[in-house]
Design a binder for this molecule. Sequence first.
Ligand SMILES: Cc1cc2nc3c(=O)[nH]c(=O)nc-3n(C[C@H](O)[C@H](O)[C@H](O)COP(=O)(O)O)c2cc1C
Length: 180
Amino acid sequence: MKTLVIYTSQTGFTQKYAQWIAEKTNAELMELKDAKKKDPGFFDAYEAIAYGGWMMAEKVTGISWFLGHAPLWKGKRLAVFATGAGPNANPELDTALEKILNAEQKKYIRVFYCQGGLNYDRMKLPYRMMMKMYVSAMSKKKNATEDEKKKAAMIAESYDVADIRYAEPVAAYLTDKTDG
Ligand SMILES: Cc1cc2nc3c(=O)[nH]c(=O)nc-3n(C[C@H](O)[C@H](O)[C@H](O)COP(=O)(O)O)c2cc1C
């Protein structure tokens, strides 16, 4: 199956997952900025297309480009994978992921989450400032629960919880020749 993995990454986590998924599916890898320059006909050759972006305030960066094209690609296998600072399998995340696609898009696109982490060294200044404000608001929160305090302490520093096993479901979905 000819597969394309398109991604955008600021600090490297989404890029790492895009590479893992591409290796597992024998796919071509392309940055979103390069995909944007391609003519619509370029994508005809692919039977499966995955889009990866990082979570910012519970939205997937760059996804509007992919969702704008997706209606033309209904006959292909389509997946979105998002990386974020939060761990896989947490209820807040499920609520955010649920809102990424509308009912119609859910019929032909599957969403996956791949836990990444935070890398303050590679983060651009405006984003670092936004994170700093978020961490500060969280740590100052009155009556914060133990969980919230732990989370605030965790996201104040860089960490890497990316793991190739979170790429596996995405790869399996892209290469599965059955419907759904
Ligand atoms: C301004 C900002 C907002 C963020 N919002 C979220 C979020 O809502 N949920 C989440 O899990 N991670 C959030 N993150 C963390 C990034 O999504 C995470 O570090 C991601 O793995 C970065 O991917 P990249 O290395 O490909 O840029 C945020 C990061 C920044 C800088």
